[in-house]
Write a protein that binds this ligand. Structure first.
Ligand SMILES: [Ca+2]
Length: 326
């Protein structure tokens, strides 16, 4: 409400013409009706202060959407911060490399036990009663750890797996994520939300989440594309920033001409749609070389780096690997 009040009490003085384009862009982000842009006056000083503090217009946009959601009565009794979760866990990080430059594009946060046990150890304890709290705490832990581990000056992104069936209403359920990002100063446009489609999910619900997250300034990714139910039907209705090709398509692609054909055409399709492909589960230099020859830039897999517990993988040793694959 504070943000709405700030907007309502906006300056009654119109912005100079040269700033109209910027103002209209802000209005679009805030979903303010564009019918009479000259009559919408924004307290510039207020926004500039927010931008200085958080260096991100998407955050302002997100706060507006949340405020509007609260105003519209969007809330739910399950909206807790997950602090009462009865499962202890932490995170490992696996880099996603841009093999055209050798730079780390992002780190995916992967759930682990407190002593580094595999994801199955933790996920086996997640049931209906704690799914929401777990999903909330995954986001909190990933952002808190990333805020301490990531180089603040680098544009490296953080990729978080979220559970669509643990999101009741995206605007309400994102509050803890935003609060954590604000507390740690982690920019929203450096967060990618990736998810896997599941047969039990309501597609309309998934689309609502993805579109809301995009409006808030987050990046989105479809995970495990080509496996199970994560496929073309969803892509036809929503084009995310990134599609992660499932590791089953990548495995042995250097010796399997059928997989090469499927991946080559999938890449062409994604290129036409303006979606960035990411190949995950790359384990051999042979697979890496084929993907590079097919024009893939973003790669994730053991051949580049394994997940490292509560730390970031050293990527300096990748030079030798690229030389091998060349
Ligand atoms: Ca994933």
């Amino acid at each position: 409400m504070r943000y709405q009040a700030a907007l309502r009490s906006a300056d009654a003085r119109p912005l100079p013409l040269r700033r109209m384009a910027r103002k209209e862009k802000i209005c679009r982000c805030l979903e303010i009706a564009p019918v009479a842009p000259r009559r919408i006056y924004i307290r510039r000083r207020y926004f500039m202060q927010l931008q200085r503090n958080f260096r991100a217009l998407p955050l302002i946009n997100a706060l507006w959407l949340i405020g509007r959601g609260a105003f519209m009565g969007i809330n739910c009794t399950g909206c807790r911060d997950g602090s009462d979760l009865d499962v202890a866990f932490s995170m490992a990080f696996q880099p996603i490399i841009d093999i055209s430059t050798g730079d780390v594009f992002a780190h995916e946060a992967l759930v682990r036990g407190l002593s580094g046990e595999g994801a199955g150890h933790v996920l086996g304890q997640i049931k209906d009663h704690n799914r929401y709290a777990f999903d909330q705490q995954c986001r909190v832990k990933a952002i808190e750890l990333a805020a301490t581990l990531f180089d603040r000056q680098a544009p490296t992104k953080l990729s978080i797996n979220f559970m669509p069936n643990a999101v009741y209403e995206p605007r309400a359920c994102i509050r803890v994520t935003l609060a954590t990002a604000m507390k740690t100063g982690f920019p929203l446009d450096r967060i990618i939300f990736e998810f896997t489609e599941d047969e039990r999910l309501d597609t309309a619900h998934v689309l609502h989440i993805l579109r809301t997250y995009r409006d808030m300034g987050f990046k989105t990714a479809i995970d495990d594309f080509g496996a199970g139910h994560a496929g073309l039907a969803l892509l036809s209705q929503f084009q995310p920033d990134i599609v992660k090709l499932d590791m089953e398509l990548i495995r042995d692609i250097d010796t399997n001409p059928v997989k090469r054909t499927i991946v080559r055409h999938t890449l062409a399709m994604l290129n036409d749609l303006g979606v960035v492909p990411l190949c995950e589960g790359v384990e051999t230099t042979g697979e890496l070389k084929v993907l590079r020859d097919l024009g893939v830039r973003l790669v994730q897999g053991y051949v580049l780096a394994r997940p490292t517990f509560e730390s970031l993988a050293a990527t300096a040793e990748l030079d030798g690997l690229f030389a091998t694959a060349a």
